[in-house]
Design a binder for this molecule. Structure first.
Ligand code: CP
Ligand code: NVA
Length: 316
């Protein structure tokens, strides 16, 4: 069966944990895993801009022994003059997997409908599941694990990061609180789905409007831009209502002592986060950015059915 990764919950909680275990092993032995040797090719397509996702997939596929084909779709026929399903069907004849950053989730779903190889969401309007694998790896590294830890995401709680924190955090057994201004809350369908997942993992989810209530006692404080790609001209005031949600020293002071700060980057310094916090001792954002590489290498390896047996699962 082809395994796509369009949303965080396309993995089970156990599979998410196994991918994170493999990511840690790949990080410790960076050039020791070459499941794409041959090389097998992977298409990495961008309908939107990127720095981290673009480089981490390009480098990661090469480190796995594969051949990355990184393409800005504006220079192709992708989605122009043929259906996205047909494009997915064609690309599947060339490559072992398709990685796509695009706008609506309907677009990546259509590519997956036509594809006969795994399709990976490298950010859509709705979700950023690869980011969350990196974030959870970072939380494991800095908090000793994810189960039972509290993560507060403050800012635009209606965006892709908020939705992925809800789903992936719940899958990892975390207590996830997201807080944004009235009118900038998460999709209720995602909150309900995350709550059901949390019932099975011992985690919990809450959608709030009070940033202090969200951050109080949290082990992890996360934020993201208040203006996501594609929202630049949506006519909404994306500054004034968000000011109470800025991650600054005062807000961070409500978190648990030693709490760590996440930001997927790029950061808009002085808007959603201050220099003092981003460059301060509690910030782990550059480890987080590095972990995109290791997490995505593990994800691709898993989706292609090439994951090596875990060391403690080795047979006689
Ligand atoms: N965090 C993230 O996805 O960054 P890019 O937009 O630079 O890829
Ligand atoms: N929410 C942001 C994340 C960028 C990595 C966006 O979609 O632009």
């Amino acid at each position: 069966m082809i395994r796509h990764f369009l949303r965080d919950d396309d993995l089970t909680p156990a599979e998410q944990s196994a991918v994170l275990d493999l990511a840690a092993r790949m990080k410790a032995d960076r050039f020791g895993h070459r499941p794409l040797a041959g090389p097998r090719s992977v298409a990495v397509l961008f309908d939107k801009q990127s720095l981290r996702t673009r480089f981490s997939f390009d480098v990661g596929i090469a480190e796995l022994g594969g051949h990355p084909l990184v393409v800005d779709t504006q220079v192709t026929h992708f989605g122009r003059g043929e259906t996205l399903a047909d494009a997915g069907r064609v690309l599947s004849r060339y490559v072992a997997a398709i990685v796509l950053r695009t706008h609506g989730d309907d677009r990546i779903a259509e590519v997956a409908d036509g594809a006969s190889v795994p399709v990976v969401n490298a950010l859509t309007d709705g979700f950023h599941p690869c980011q969350l694998l990196a974030d959870l790896l970072t939380v494991r590294e800095h908090c000793g694990g994810t189960v039972g830890r509290t993560l507060a995401y403050v800012g635009d709680a209606a965006n892709n990061l908020a939705h992925s924190y809800l789903l992936a955090g719940a899958m990892a057994g975390m207590h996830v609180r997201v807080a944004g201004p009235v009118g900038f809350g998460p999709d209720p369908e995602v909150v309900d789905r995350a709550a059901k997942i949390a019932d099975g993992t011992g985690g919990s989810v809450r959608a709030l409007t009070d940033p202090v209530a969200a951050v109080a006692g949290a082990d992890v404080v996360a934020t993201d831009t208040w203006t996501s790609m594609g929202q630049e001209d949506d006519g909404l005031d994306r500054i004034t209502p968000f000011l109470p949600y800025q991650v600054n020293a005062a807000l961070l002071g409500h978190a648990a002592p030693g709490a760590v700060v996440l930001h997927c980057l790029p950061a808009h310094r002085g808007e959603e986060i201050t220099d003092e916090v981003l460059d301060g001792p509690q910030s782990v954002v550059f480890d987080q950015a590095e972990n995109r590489l290791h997490a995505q290498k593990a994800l691709l390896t898993f989706l292609l059915g090439a994951a090596p047996a875990a060391p403690d699962a080795a047979g006689p």
